[in-house]
Ligand binder design. Structure first.
Ligand code: ASP
Length: 331
């Protein structure tokens, strides 16, 4: 039997009914984002991205780009919460935390409460590359760095010491301004699709000696999985640790969420578990994330004087963009 007009009309009707569904079912053409890509926290993330771009352009490896980028921020005396000129603990000593994670081989290295070494990220990289360990802290971290030839120096500038001393005399809480501390966090994706994360900080000002924040804790302050993406945190480290925040964000991305949703969902979870953060204006937490596709996202708990922004570089020649993130709660 031939194909009759009645059959044609039936097929045409069925096709017309299916069309919108078919259109919806079409897999979205993935947008090809330019690589390498680097995302980094805060305004100083721009200088980090520029240094990383230069390193990539000169043929540098993913880890070289991240390390060089973080080093620039650690070396910058104008940045008071990372590396040289970082914020002192309650004994007036700068103790630094840092970690690095390489998606290739799922490797990680970290140092905690290291003193008198301005580039803890470089020591963390050595822990990853030269030992079978992940985290070395305190005097052990200093001894390890010394053995490798890292130079020791005073990290506290006269200016920050004076501020700290004055605050001790007055009210020690005054040194802990809500927007004073922060962490340089960076995630990079190279042209081959490999991911790495790096974070470095002096942690919370006036912290107890030996206190480790989230930054040296893999899964809390940073985490990456080469199949999925990377994430990193800045803010009150204890909140990030108690919620394994960076790991949780990457796992939400693995489940199919885009990086922004994944960051927001974990921030939501933190607020649910710790409702007191809603009314404590000092409680701050922010995340950045990058998916394997190069798509990025971020979330921040609350507005503060210093706006939470991240820098984003795509490719090696375009100037990084600075992107402001809308806070989850309004005060
Ligand atoms: N997360 C850091 C810490 O708790 C501090 C910060 O990023 O503000 O040590």
């Amino acid at each position: 039997m031939g194909y009759r007009r009645r059959d044609f009309l039936r097929d045409a009707t069925v096709a017309a009914a299916l069309l919108p569904r078919l259109a919806r079912a079409q897999p979205k053409q993935p947008v090809k984002l330019e690589l390498p890509a680097v995302i980094a926290t805060w305004d100083y993330g721009v200088e980090l991205c520029v240094a990383a771009q230069k390193s990539f352009a000169a043929g540098g490896d993913l880890l070289d780009a991240l390390e060089k980028g973080v080093n620039v921020v650690e070396d910058d005396p104008a940045v008071h919460s990372v590396g040289y000129n970082g914020l002192p603990n309650e004994d007036g000593v700068v103790q630094l935390d840092a970690s690095i994670m390489d998606g290739r081989g799922h490797r990680a290295g970290a140092v905690g409460a290291i003193e008198r070494i301005k580039n803890p990220i470089s020591v963390a990289r050595k822990v990853m590359e030269k030992t079978t360990h992940v985290l070395i802290v305190g005097a052990g971290a200093n001894a390890f760095a010394k053995k490798l030839g890292f130079k020791e120096q005073e990290l506290l500038s006269k200016e920050v010491r004076a501020e700290w001393e004055a605050s001790r005399k007055a009210n020690k809480e005054s040194f802990w301004r809500d927007d004073k501390h922060d962490t340089v966090c960076a995630i990079a994706l190279d042209a081959k699709g490999n991911l790495a994360t790096a974070v470095s900080t002096s942690g919370l000002p006036n912290k107890l000696s030996g206190r480790l924040g989230d930054s040296p804790i893999i899964g809390a302050g940073s985490y990456c999985d080469n199949d999925v993406g990377g994430a990193a945190a800045t803010g009150i480290g204890e909140l990030a640790i108690k919620n394994a925040a960076s790991f949780a964000i990457v796992e939400r991305m693995r489940a199919g969420l885009d990086p922004t949703r994944a960051c927001q969902e974990i921030l939501d979870r933190v607020v649910k578990k710790h409702p007191e953060v809603k009314t404590d204006p000092r409680a701050q937490l922010a995340f950045i994330a990058m998916a394997k596709s190069g798509v990025v996202g971020a979330a921040v708990l609350r507005p503060q004087k210093k706006l939470f922004r991240y820098a984003l570089a795509r490719g090696t020649s375009a100037a990084p963009a600075l992107v402001e993130v809308k806070p989850l709660i309004s005060a």
